[in-house]
Design a protein around this ligand. Structure first.
Ligand SMILES: O=C[C@H](O)COP(=O)(O)O
Length: 327
């Protein structure tokens, strides 16, 4: 169920400082799991999940119809093409659970994520293919978010009218660092109402490394959820520094508290600078350990990345070969 949001409640912004003590332990545990490695069956299913929850992204100033066509083609064909032989070879063992997993799941990213002006290009490219993929559009004056609310709303309406099924909105980080969460709540609430009318998923990009403290990250995460965000997302991918797992812990703490207080589950989307399968696996372990297996699905977990798919597919091919030789 999507998150309808709640009335702004200042008391929800309070965070217990004792929670800081756990952050390093939690991060160490995620890194340790990834470094030790996984059983091949487990790693294969995690890598498959990473592909399935990926928002394959292109947010470049040079994007045009041709580059978006290539993005859509990559989303719909790359994994199948690269893993065709490995999956066919697995077909020799029909009793294998992992074989079933890879022959029944689509191995297609969840969305292609593009700028609002490129949504119509993505629609055109998808219409030329036999398969569908949803389109996510960044909006709100991406990446800075320093535009009037009326322009942000107009951009969201435009992206939806062009065919976006999901909106990744940026916040005004300046307001967050001033502590004006009430204003941020009302801005996001107006954007949520446009998304609700269009039956569209709303992801709110916090740009965590541009916020001035963990407390601000927590308060902003909570504000975004109270305003009705279906996901909270770490970064635009354009910040000088990328989000760390420590920021992820804070976001998970906020998601847990919001879930306990309201019963609504909000998703998490790490994004920005995630290029290697090990990085993505550490985020997966963080989400699994902190939020539980319920969150390991596309409605509650995404990874936003422009250059991760190749590395995940490369690793998955190695793991599938290893599984073959293990039979
Ligand atoms: O939303 C996704 C990010 O913009 C992707 O960032 P990236 O290009 O560093 O993978």
């Amino acid at each position: 169920m999507s998150n309808p949001g709640i009335l702004f409640d200042e008391t929800m912004l309070k965070r217990n400082e004792d929670q800081d003590e756990d952050i390093l332990t939690i991060v160490d545990e995620c890194d340790r799991c990834t470094k030790i490695g996984f059983l091949p069956e487990v790693e294969a299913s995690y890598l498959g999940l990473l592909i399935h929850v990926m928002d394959l992204t292109s947010l470049n100033s040079t994007d045009n119809q041709k580059t978006i066509e290539a993005l859509v083609d990559k989303a719909l064909t790359y994994t199948k093409k690269m893993l065709k032989t490995d999956i066919e070879n697995m077909a020799s063992n029909h009793s294998c659970e992992i074989h079933n997993y890879f022959t029944t799941s689509t191995l297609t990213p969840q969305t292609v994520c593009v700028s609002s002006v490129r949504v119509s290009d993505a629609v055109q490219s998808i219409n030329c293919q036999n398969e569908h993929i949803d389109i996510a559009s960044v909006a709100g004056g991406f990446p800075m978010g320093q535009v009037p609310l009326s322009s942000r709303i107009t951009e969201v309406e435009y992206a939806i009218s062009q065919g976006a099924a999901e909106i990744d909105i940026v916040i005004d980080r300046g307001l967050a660092n001033l502590g004006d969460f009430n204003r941020l709540y009302h801005d996001l609430r107006s954007i949520k109402s446009v998304c609700v009318n269009g039956d569209v998923t709303l992801k709110t990009i916090l740009s965590v490394t541009e916020l001035d403290s963990y407390h601000t990250v927590y308060k902003m995460a909570m504000t975004a959820m109270m305003a009705g965000s279906d996901f909270i997302k770490t970064s635009t991918g354009k910040e000088a520094e990328n989000a760390t797992l420590s920021h992820g812990v804070i976001m998970c703490q906020a998601i847990k508290k919001y879930h306990n207080a309201t019963g609504y589950k909000v998703g998490i989307k790490p994004a920005g600078g995630i290029k290697f399968n090990e990085q993505a696996l550490s985020w997966l372990i963080l989400v699994k350990n902190q939020l539980g297996n319920d969150w390991l699905k596309a409605s509650l977990f995404r990874i936003g990345a422009s250059s991760l798919l190749e590395d995940v597919v490369k690793r998955l091919s190695i793991v599938l070969k290893k599984l073959q030789t293990n039979y």
